[in-house]
Design a protein around this ligand. Sequence first.
Ligand code: CP3
Length: 319
Amino acid sequence: MMRQAGRYLPEYRETRSQANGFLDLCYTPKLATEVTLQPIRRFGFDAAILFSDILVIPDALGQKVAFEEGHGPRLEPIDPARIGELAGKDVTAFLAPVLETVERVRTELPQETTLLGFCGAPWTVATYMVAGTGTGDQGPARRLSLGEPERFQALMDILVDASARYLVAQLKAGADAVQIFDTWAGVLDEEGFERWAIEPVRVIIEKVRAEVPGARVIAFPKGGGARLTRYAEGTGADAIGLDWSTPLEAARKNAGGKPLQGNLDPMRLIVGGKALEDGVRSILEAMRGYPHIFNLGHGITPDTPVEHVETFVKLVRGK
Ligand code: CP3
C-alpha cells in the first residue's frame, strides 16, 4: 500500500508524536526505521516501503519544506530566475539519515520481505517546488513549463541528477528495488507527458542502471493509464504502478508484458464490506495469469479503519 505507515495506524501516531514534526521523523533513523517496520509487524506485507517523503529532495536542494498538520506540504515557492542556485548540492550527504534508515530497516526486516526505496518523479516534485503546495491541477508548474520551458528544463535537469544519485544511494544502502512516484503525471498533455513525465524518468533509470547494474525500478504515473504502452517503453521501467481509474483488461495488453502494480480504489478500503470484497475480487480476476503486485491505486488515508486493512490482506491472499 502507498503510505502504508500513515496516520491510520495508532502506533504510527505514537511514534510521530516523539518527533519534532514530520520531517524530523523522516530524518531520525531510529524513529523512521520503527515506522517503516510497524505495518510489516502488524500485517506481514510482502514488501516494506522506506518511511520518508518525496519532498526531501527539494529540502536537500535548499528549498525550505514544512509539513503543517492538516494542510499537507508547504514550500517557499521557487523564483524561476534563481533556479540555478539549486544546482550542485550534495543531496546524498544531506540525506545521510534517510540512507541510514535504509540500512537499519534492511538489517531488521525478515529476509523474505522486500525493501522498496523511492523518490518522486521530477515532474511531480517540480509541481510542489513551483506552487509551494499541492493545488487542484498543479497549474503553476504547467504554466511555467509552457511559458519558460528552458528555465523549467533547468529545474528538471537538477531534479533528474539529484533523484538518480539518491536512488543509487538507497540501492547501495540495501533497498531491493525502487519506486518513482509521478502523482501529477495525469495533468500533462501529450507533448508535456513525453517531455516532463517520460523523458526525465527514462534518464533517471538509465543513470541508476549505469551505477547499479540490474537495478529494479517500478514507476507510477498517476493518471497515465491511457498512455501505458508509451510510458512502459519510453521510461524502460521494469514494472508499472496503476491508479484505480485504469481498466486492467486493457492494461494487461498495453504493458508489453511488464509486471503491473495496483490498483484498488483507496475508498473501497475505507468503506469496507461488499465494496472492498468486490473491488479485490475483480482485480484478482482481471490479473489472473499476469505478473501482478496487489496494491492500492493511490495512498491510504488517515480515516481508513485498521480492521479493513486486515480484511483486505486476507481477501488478497485468499484466506
Ligand atoms: O508508504 C509510506 O509510508 C512510505 C512513505 C511515503 C510518504 N509519502 C509518507 C508520508 C511515500 C512513498 C510518500 C510519497 C508521496 N509524498 C507522494 C507520492 C505518492 C502519493 O501519495 O501521491 C506525494 C505526492 C507526497 C507529498 C506529500 N506528503 C503530501 C501531499 C502529503 C500530505 C498528505 C495528506 O494527506 O495530508 C504528505 C505527507 C505524508 N507523507 C504523510 C506520510 C505518512 C502524512 C504525514 C503525517 O503524519 O502527517
